[in-house]
Ligand binder design. Structure first.
Ligand code: FO1
Length: 331
């Protein structure tokens, strides 16, 4: 523990949540601010679902299902299953909406019973006029999370994936309904340019001694955050030590579609390919032992490399990785 050290993290997806579960064991939680991707957010069943915020909250409050990565451990799905039965029985009653499109009742998206409580309480906070930042702060306090958790924006930013066949898919349609099977040509972040950054997010990045980008999908978990101009500028100009951890190990993603997305969008599917995307934004790049041979080429990009075991099978592994990252902080 380095007393008084101020830490910020850009977080999205399961890799980030796992890393943060370890980071809060080795820094003073109240000195940590997490800025979370909201590009995966979706309005579903009348609720505002924030998958990346919730997976961070669940990992920081020990509620998470470590292996599945999202939702709550020991979850039941009784409401979800009854909803699905009703939706399927409604069948032909699912009339077309005013634009002639069939009403999507999202029966393909699973909401667990305890997870549902989080969405219901968030919906209540938003209904009474709280911002997403304020709603998230109340939820994290309710879950006993001591560090600050901020959405990247209080206004909607939607990750939209353009497939090789020319379809524009919202994130959850691509990720869950289509099972990440589509070949993606391009990813855009609708609303990022005019996003209203969460109060405190830019300042947290600009004043941190350490800014860490955990091992997350650079294209759909971290890129949306960096697509918000004020956050990218804060990261590019941050005086602290900026460290990213590669989500690609031995040419593969440990979880999720990062490797396939990198390939389909023309990037090299390796730690080096990811390092190129962070050029100018990070001072240190942490790679797995299996990728030690890439150190030279990565350092040629103008960043130090640290080689270690980056696989996080548990919060203890994550704490070990976080300690390695902390050791890179330069006074
Ligand atoms: N991912 C799935 O693959 N299937 C699901 O049914 C699903 C439901 C779900 C509910 C709440 C939540 O917070 C996340 C959920 N996820 C599900 C994951 C979600 O698609 C996330 O966007 C990914 O974890 C990527 O960050």
């Amino acid at each position: 523990m380095i007393p008084g050290l101020k830490v910020a993290s850009l977080a999205g997806g399961v890799g980030s949540a796992r890393f943060l579960a370890g980071l809060v064991r080795v820094v003073e939680p109240e000195s940590l601010t997490v800025v979370v991707n909201t590009g995966d957010d979706e309005r579903l069943r009348g609720l505002h679902i924030c998958p990346d915020i919730d997976t961070v909250l669940y990992h920081l409050s020990n509620l998470c299902d470590w292996d599945r990565g999202w939702g709550v451990a020991g979850e039941t799905f009784s409401v979800n299953d009854h909803y699905r039965d009703l939706a399927i029985r409604a069948g032909d009653a699912i009339q077309e909406d005013r634009t002639g499109k069939e009403v999507d009742v999202h029966e393909w998206f699973a909401l667990g019973d305890r997870d549902l409580a989080t969405h219901l309480l968030r919906a209540r906070f938003l209904d009474v006029g709280l911002s997403l930042t304020e709603a998230t702060d109340r939820l994290r306090r309710a879950m006993g999370v001591e560090c600050r958790v901020l959405p990247m924006s209080d206004t909607p930013v939607r990750t939209v994936l353009l497939t090789q066949s020319g379809e524009a898919l919202d994130f959850q349609e691509y990720f869950v309904r289509r099972g990440q099977r589509e070949e993606v040509a391009r990813v855009s972040f609708v609303g990022a340019a005019e996003a209203r950054v969460a109060p405190g997010a830019t300042e947290a990045v600009a004043s941190a001694d350490l800014v860490v980008v955990p091992p997350s999908n650079p294209l759909i978990s971290i890129a949306p955050i960096l697509a918000v101009p004020a956050l990218r500028e804060a990261m590019a100009g941050a005086p602290g030590t900026r460290v990213a951890v590669s989500p690609i190990v031995g040419g593969r993603a440990l979880k999720g579609p990062a490797d396939r997305l990198l390939a389909s969008m023309g990037h090299e599917v390796s730690a080096l390919g990811v390092a190129r995307m962070y050029r100018g934004l990070v001072d240190v790049f942490v790679i797995d032992e299996r990728d030690a041979g890439l150190s030279g080429e990565i350092e040629a990009l103008g960043m130090r490399t640290v080689v270690c075991d980056t696989i996080m099978r548990s919060a203890e592994d994550a704490a070990r990785l976080a300690k390695t990252v902390l050791a890179e902080v330069r006074p």
